[in-house]
Write a protein that binds this ligand. Structure first.
Ligand SMILES: *Cc1c(COP(=O)(O)O)cnc(C)c1O
Length: 225
């Protein structure tokens, strides 16, 4: 199947109000251009340098999302153009994004990445850490970031019940944070959850943004370097 056929198949399973981020990490520009020609305008990458290179090379009406773990010293590369950072996993990172966004005269939209999986290795806030940060009032000082919701990744497992449970948990976290800290803020409304293997489960649990890579572009190509 071609990228366009894959894309159309994925789109059929996603309601209009759910945003599809086409995850193009490791894929060449030609693959992105093919999806672009089929109307796709939102792409996600997980490496700042690769993201910056693709932003440089490709049409400027593409909305680029940073979805992977972000080191503070790399924020400067993407601050001039990134549309949404899904992977804010510490107050320190958020402060750096704020500083770099200010240098570019921008306000950058961000999601709090929440740790919902069983695995130890996945990045993200625990609810306790996040509420401590939100209670501290430090967010109000950051004028160049705008928090628009939460993101999470489920455990890598075939157990669909567990995956659904973890997505439900993320939705509950979102609702609690929304009520306590963002009740009057119409922009705080996004729940980024769901990948190629589990986006249908995520949508059933209230996802507003899905991040789909291999179901669109096929398996990933890793360079041998
Ligand atoms: C790679 C990646 C995806 C897409 O994964 P697929 O299984 O290829 O759909 C989604 N989210 C994040 C954070 C990723 O790193």
């Amino acid at each position: 199947m071609s990228i366009i056929e894959n894309l159309n198949l994925v789109r059929k399973g996603i309601p209009n109000e759910v945003k599809l981020v086409a995850v193009s990490k490791t894929k060449p520009n030609e693959a992105i251009e093919e999806a672009y020609r089929a109307g796709q305008r939102v792409f996600g990458e997980n490496k700042p340098q690769e993201l910056t290179q693709k932003w440089n090379d490709l049409p400027k009406d593409i909305e680029w999302h940073m979805i992977g773990h972000l080191q503070t010293n790399k924020v400067k590369y993407i601050a001039p153009f990134v549309s949404l950072i899904h992977s804010v996993d510490s107050p320190k990172l958020l402060a750096v994004i704020d500083k770099e966004a200010a240098k570019n005269g921008r306000v950058v939209d961000c999601l709090f990445q929440m740790h919902i999986a069983e695995e130890e290795t996945k990045f993200g806030f625990d609810y306790a850490d996040l509420s401590e940060f939100l209670e501290s009032g430090a967010l109000a000082e950051l004028r160049n970031v705008r928090m628009v919701g939460v993101m999470g990744m489920a455990t890598f497992t075939d157990n669909q019940e567990q995956v659904s449970y973890e997505f439900r948990h993320l939705k509950e976290i979102f609702t609690k944070i929304k009520q306590r800290y963002f009740a009057g803020d119409a922009h705080f409304k996004e729940i980024s959850m769901g990948m190629s293997d589990d986006y249908s489960l995520a949508i059933a649990e209230g996802s507003t943004i899905v991040r789909v890579g291999s179901a669109i572009f096929g398996g990933r190509v890793y360079s041998s370097k």
